[in-house]
Design a protein around this ligand. Structure first.
Ligand code: ADP
Length: 315
């Protein structure tokens, strides 16, 4: 067994309940992921990569398996962990194809991050000018510019979210109140809802909890409700419901909008796919789909052109 573990092309690490490294195969030391004198040392002293330390730490803290892609020196690895009293971690090198994908993501993440900062500065400057300007016509123009910049910031943030979701980073899952999330989303969209004269029926009972990452879950709900408003008719309606079916929790968003052609339904979840009419960048639903998967849920769509659509998050 030991001979076999010495030769397989990936790392194996065992950390006991006291946090001490009990077993490691040579791979980890050869790749400089572990100090050569690891035996019996606490894991955060023995492991030489912060991401890998985090994987072990989170496995202990959250009592759940972790799955993280990370870079060390010039190489990419994937660490998968398991807790059975002790923590067991498998570290495998990524294939060339996966490495290329990771490099792409890293590049995109850097670009989006770099763009966000100057955009925030521009927004700040515009807001100051707006406050000092007295001419109503100019104020209106500045306000339009602020809206544009805010849209762009939204796009950049969404792209960043899309990329970081794919990195399957550590999860922060806790029970959240469904009705509260929807109340917050409806509140945040109140301007759009009012402008279009939409009537929102919040039919989710109080006290329903789902296990979710609060920030990501909020974003998914917001994207779907935002679409139900955006692609609705003037004076239309939106119904927000919760029920249980075959032991699964279901959250439903129904609108009385333009509907979606059946043949287009699989496409709307593709990044950058956009139907006709107004709309954003076409990544809202792509993000929502990944967020649903992240929670072990799926999104179902039922739609009829000219009548409206139903989006269901099924847990
Ligand atoms: P965006 O809204 O930014 O274009 P999304 O990813 O949220 O991007 O949606 C992709 C496309 O799916 C939209 O452009 C629109 O054509 C269609 N769509 C999404 N939700 C609805 C809806 N509730 N009713 C009709 N069409 C919708």
């Amino acid at each position: 067994m030991e001979k076999f573990l010495e030769r397989i092309g990936r790392g194996i690490l065992l950390v006991d309940t006291q946090g001490r490294v009990r077993f490691a195969n040579p791979f980890l030391v050869e790749r400089d992921l572990l100090t050569p004198d690891w035996e019996g040392r606490v894991y955060y002293e023995a492991i030489r990569n912060l991401d890998l330390i985090k994987v072990v730490h989170d496995t202990f803290a959250e009592e759940r398996p972790q799955d993280l892609t990370f870079k060390h020196r010039e190489d990419w690895y994937r660490a998968v962990s398991l807790k059975e009293g002790e923590v067991f971690v498998e570290v495998s090198p990524l294939s060339e194809e996966m490495r290329a994908k990771e490099r792409n993501k890293e590049f995109l993440a850097n670009v989006t991050h770099e763009i966000r900062t100057p955009l925030t500065v521009v927004r700040g400057v515009l807001e100051t000018i707006y406050e000092e300007e007295e001419d109503p016509r100019r104020r209106e123009m500045i306000l339009r510019a602020i809206k544009r910049v805010e849209n762009l910031i939204g796009v950049v943030e969404s792209m960043y979210m899309l990329i970081s979701l794919e990195k399957s980073a550590a999860k922060t899952i806790r029970p959240i109140d469904l009705r509260e999330v929807f109340e917050e989303v409806v509140g945040d969209l109140s301007q759009e809802i009012r402008a279009k004269g939409i009537k929102v029926h919040l039919q989710i009972p109080e006290g329903i909890k789902v296990n979710a990452d609060p920030e990501k879950f909020y974003l998914m709900v917001k994207n779907i409700v935002d679409n139900a408003v955006k692609y609705n008719v003037e004076g239309g309606e939106v119904f927000l419901r919760f029920y249980e079916k075959e032991g699964r929790k279901v959250v439903e968003v129904e609108d009385t909008g333009e509907g979606i052609e059946n043949s287009q339904i699989p496409l709307i979840f593709e990044p950058f796919f956009r139907g006709s009419g107004e709309g954003g960048l076409g990544i809202g639903l792509a993000i929502s789909k990944r967020i649903a998967e992240f929670h072990g849920a799926r999104i179902e769509v039922e739609s009829e052109v000219g009548r409206g659509s139903i989006f269901r998050i099924v847990f």
